[in-house]
Design a protein around this ligand. Sequence first.
Ligand SMILES: C[S@@+](CC[C@H](N)C(=O)[O-])C[C@H]1O[C@@H](n2cnc3c(N)ncnc32)[C@H](O)[C@@H]1O
Length: 259
Amino acid sequence: MHPRFAFGQDSSERTRNTYLKPDIIQQRQYTLDRLNLKRGESVLDIGCGPGLLVSEMAKQTDLNGLITGIDPSLPMLEMAEKFCRDQSNTHFQQADAETLPFESASFDVAVSIQVLEYVSNVDQALLEIHRVLKPGGRALIIDTDWDSVVWNNSDRTRMLNALEIWQSHREDSFLPRKLPAKLRQARLGINNISIYPIINTRFSDQDYSYFLAKSICNHLSSKLPTAQINNWFQDLVSKEDKNDYFFSLNRYVFEITKN
Ligand SMILES: C[S@@+](CC[C@H](N)C(=O)[O-])C[C@H]1O[C@@H](n2cnc3c(N)ncnc32)[C@H](O)[C@@H]1O
């Protein structure tokens, strides 16, 4: 299916750079804690992006395990292969979540972090997760509900307008609220749902929301006049200058089993 947004060279590098900053390093650690991988497990990372989670998971399952990362984006796969080149228990392949090129019951664990919100047919992707998991296998899915964004600013209408344009680049920016029903439909059992918040009280190049703001500006550049975009960004800078900066959003974490 034709995606609404494809990760090309620039957006892949921007994502990788953001994911190397403290907020997302912490989120990866939380993901690993929830996954609780065992030595020797075979894991599929659906939409593996730059391979940072694959690399961490490969350290946990050790050489008896195999971590397979799939992604439709070639720039992402190139970065992932380079990042994991010294880890022989990792493997990458170009593929789409809706058509996984693996035999049924191949994996102990499947993960998909910040991916399903870009997928056109989520129901099909969930059926594929069900198919490739072994009986008793488990999965972890994380997605953001972009309605959860709280961002201190001086012009609510301008902020809502910017966020609405930003949200439109995904297939579904509000997927988490629909996932429980979709998981049940795919006969996947929900063990636990939790929220992982990202909270920033600074606007610096170490903070997730700084990179998010840069990405939003980039995205808005073809849709709004430059002066309007600059004013939106400068408003956030002025909040930081006045020590009045605040940002938060919620990632929704679904822990799943195939019964
Ligand atoms: C925001 S990045 C997250 C990357 C990675 N999961 C992580 O957390 O580091 C989203 C990723 O989903 C991938 N993606 C988008 N549509 C996809 C699809 N239909 N099937 C599989 N992956 C997809 C993108 O290419 C991109 O690498």
